[in-house]
Design a protein around this ligand. Structure first.
Ligand code: PMP
Length: 396
């Protein structure tokens, strides 16, 4: 029997690196491939209390359907938090609660993209977003980046010469996969350009609050005079991902479309998850919790970078992230990180090969390392193992 699937399914394939990454699940492998927040930092005891409290106080309302836009007190907390952390001037009516910020990415694709439309993104960019957009059959144009993120002259060149650009996708703070952050000047220049061309922009910001050093920078949303920025936020990295609570903050016109799409997708985010996250923010100090995360993650980042300096061979480059969860390594010449990864797995260490972060392919001499979940001992031992493998390949 030949089952006929929608044409869009042709583009959605299981990733080849997933097979490779499966091998990294063996207990003897020290894996820097994941992107998970550290589970030992989840507030388990607090959430035990909160879940009882929510059921005692809200009773059946916590278990009932609720509005598509989301739980009002939670939207108020989020608007306040954005105004203080992201320097915006928004209120609860600008916020839609989504099932993780990942759902906001899917919705952006659904709301803006027809087949063949062009999406501009940083090169490289977050694989999960690229896959979400792929379901809507766009073309991707990658905008080159340097150590300060997207290069604005390159963006301008592409915009001046390309039709059908419907959406721009960017991660200006501690980008996945590179860990890079756009400085203020670039943010300003970016806003100038997109206001000229009036193209909607998805500003994906799950890591912005995890800054270990340097100055907090204003979000693109805070500079948005024309209502072009769709800001995606998330509790996954500053709290825990299991509740699947994220949000979209956008102009009324755009948010209305996201709300229609949310109704069709799943009616609403989980009532009880929203109430629990909101209650946590009522009675505990989320800022203090985030401070604890930053302390642990910045220590792990420092240890990883120090060990990389000591143990990795000369001739490769890597980023120094000021926050977030990742560093990005570039190997010289045409070394292929997918091929080297096979050797890494034999030596019980793992990373994510970089090729799949480029939607149009063609660059394989790079990989992503995560430092948020490994212990100190694992970081030191894992980077030593990586050094041995890289040395072997770089000295050939
Ligand atoms: N955007 C980026 C850049 C991410 O790295 C992730 C998760 N790794 C997400 C969005 C999705 O996160 P969530 O759905 O848990 O909010």
């Amino acid at each position: 029997m030949a089952i006929k699937f929608a044409k869009r399914m042709d583009k959605l394939k299981g990733s080849e690196i997933r097979e490779l990454l499966k091998l990294t699940e063996k207990p003897e492998v020290i894996s820097f491939a994941g992107g998970l927040p550290a589970p030992e930092l989840f507030p388990v005891e607090e959430m035990k209390k909160i879940s009882t409290l929510v059921l005692e106080e809200a009773g059946t309302a916590a278990l009932q359907y609720s509005t598509t836009e989301g739980f009002q007190p939670l939207r108020e907390h989020i608007a306040d938090r954005m105004n203080s952390k992201n320097k915006t001037n928004v209120n609860k009516d600008d916020i839609l609660i989504t099932n993780g910020s990942q759902q906001g990415l899917d919705f952006a694709g659904k709301v803006f993209l027809d087949e063949g439309d062009v999406v501009l993104c940083e090169s490289p960019s977050y694989l999960g977003a690229l896959n979400a957009f792929k379901a809507y059959s766009p073309k991707f144009i990658e905008i080159p980046t340097d150590k300060n993120g997207m290069i604005m002259e390159e963006l301008e060149k592409v915009l001046a010469t390309t039709d059908r650009v419907k959406m721009i996708y960017v991660i200006p703070d501690f980008q996945n996969p590179t860990g890079r952050t756009w400085p203020l000047e670039r943010r300003k220049k970016f806003m100038e350009i997109i206001e000229k061309y009036e193209i909607p922009v998805v500003e994906d910001n799950p890591y912005g609050e995890l800054r270990f050093e340097g100055e907090n920078l204003p979000s693109l949303k805070s500079m948005d005079k024309k209502g072009l920025i769709i800001f995606l936020g998330s509790f996954s990295k500053i709290f825990c991902p299991g509740y699947r609570i994220g949000w979209t903050c956008a102009s009324h016109e755009i948010l209305q479309k996201f709300i229609f799409v949310k109704q069709g997708a799943d009616l609403q985010a989980s009532t009880i998850s929203q109430r629990e996250v909101s209650k946590f923010m009522d009675i505990y100090d989320l800022d203090a919790h985030v401070e604890k995360l930053k302390e642990v993650y910045s220590r792990r980042r420092d240890l990883m970078l120090k060990t990389m300096k000591e143990e990795l061979p000369e001739g490769l480059e890597y980023t120094h992230p000021e926050g977030g969860l990742f560093t990005w390594v570039e190997l010289p010449g045409d070394l292929n990180s997918k091929v080297i990864m096979e050797d890494c797995v034999k030596n019980n260490v793992a990373y994510v090969p970089g090729g799949s972060f480029f939607p149009n392919g063609g660059k394989e001499n790079c990989f992503r390392l995560n430092y948020s979940t490994a212990t100190d001992d694992q970081i030191v031992e894992g980077i030593k193992r990586l050094g041995v493998v890289l040395r072997k390949h770089m000295e050939v």
